[in-house]
Design a binder for this molecule. Structure first.
Ligand code: KG4
Ligand code: ZN
Length: 336
């Protein structure tokens, strides 16, 4: 079973070929960040048009890299949602057209299922079941992963996603969009005792999150000050510590409640080194093991979509839907 995967839910056009026996054969990605940076965020219409321009050349390149041709591809997986509807429709339309031309099934993948399964791209992959902390630009969820397609949301954010909080705080500090990774870099040289920000929702039981107040706390800390490098680094450090401590405590509780022995970090914020360090300690304290994909498979990529498609097709979970894309789509409802 060999699957071509296509990701186009937001501002990355990404394509990969995954083989059930040989693993990941090739992956390529074109980031639109430079194009959107002038606007301080993703412009949906520009995103869709750029996906149209990039997809076909990327597919050609990735097939070449994978030493594959259309004959050797058994299915085409594409991100069907959630995301920007125009961007999703470009990938869905493209995948459906390839499916018709090549006579191979197209399978629509939930973007977050892609993120959840990304650690399985690594040699030391977790087996089911596991607990996953899914932290991206659009989502923050603790997910009980029983098996392929069996996902139960244990807790999620009531307002901003973690990546969104990172990006908004980075913007306050004058960093270009999306500033999450740059803020994390700044935090490395900051002092941890200068700004101590609140740890949202830790005083309440449960596994819900809230991050919008942290951005306001950072705004208040920065107000009226000259934004020199030292201040920015100290605020970045204080902000990151508050986020990481909050996520760590919720993961500790979720491990205790669920009894899982495997903890997986997935999604773009999973690239954060401090978060990985802290969650490794939490996992160890709970007698569990921590798993995460390499940084390039934490953020959006085609490999995770090709892998998810391969697993679904191999398990007989075929979806021969017409061109399908959904801007809003609950992970807990996708099923097998
Ligand atoms: O999963 P992803 O690539 O896209 C979505 O599905 O949202 O996640 C992107 C998010 C952005 O908010 C970005 O700033 C954040 O992940 N991010 C980071 C780091 N690298 C990426 N946040 C904190 N630390 C990082 N090292
Ligand atoms: Zn994503």
């Amino acid at each position: 079973m060999r699957v071509l995967g296509i990701e186009s839910s937001c501002d990355e056009t990404a394509v990969a070929v995954y083989d059930a026996d040989l693993g990941l054969l090739a992956h390529r990605l074109h980031s639109q960040i430079a194009m959107h940076q002038a606007y301080g965020g993703v412009v949906p219409e520009l995103a869709s048009r750029d996906h149209v321009r990039r997809l076909l050349p990327l597919v050609r390149e990735v097939l070449h890299d994978a030493r594959s041709d259309r004959e050797s591809i058994d299915g085409i997986a594409y991100t069907a949602g959630p995301g920007l509807i125009g961007a999703l429709l470009v990938g869905a339309g493209f995948a459906t057209a390839l499916s018709a031309a090549w006579g191979r099934p197209a399978v629509g993948i939930h973007h977050l299922e892609g993120h959840l399964l990304a650690p399985l791209l690594e040699p030391d992959a977790p087996s089911f079941p596991f607990l996953a902390l899914l932290v991206s630009g659009g989502h923050t969820q603790l997910v009980d992963v029983e098996a392929l397609g069996a996902y139960r949301i244990l807790g999620e954010t009531l307002d901003d996603a973690v990546g969104e909080a990172f990006d908004k705080t980075a913007k306050l500090m004058g960093l270009p969009y999306p500033g999450g990774a740059a803020l994390a870099k700044l935090a490395e040289s900051g002092r941890s005792d200068r700004f101590v920000f609140p740890r949202p929702m830790l005083d309440r039981p449960g596994l819900e999150f809230s991050f919008s107040g942290l951005k306001t706390a950072a705004l208040v800390a920065l107000r009226g000050r000259v934004l020199d490098d030292a201040i920015r680094a100290d605020v970045a450090r204080g902000f990151q510590e508050a986020v990481v401590e909050t996520l760590a405590e919720k993961c500790r509780r979720a491990l205790e409640l669920s009894g899982h022995r495997r903890l997986v970090i997935a999604g773009g914020v999973g690239a954060n080194v401090r978060l990985r360090e802290r969650l490794a300690q939490v996992a160890q304290g709970a007698g569990a093991r921590l798993y995460f994909p390499r940084a390039e498979f934490c953020t959006d990529n085609g490999a995770m979509i090709a892998l998810a498609g391969c697993m679904r097709l191999a398990a007989g979970m075929r979806q021969d839907a017409p061109i399908g894309a959904r801007a809003n789509w609950e992970l807990g409802s996708i099923g097998a």
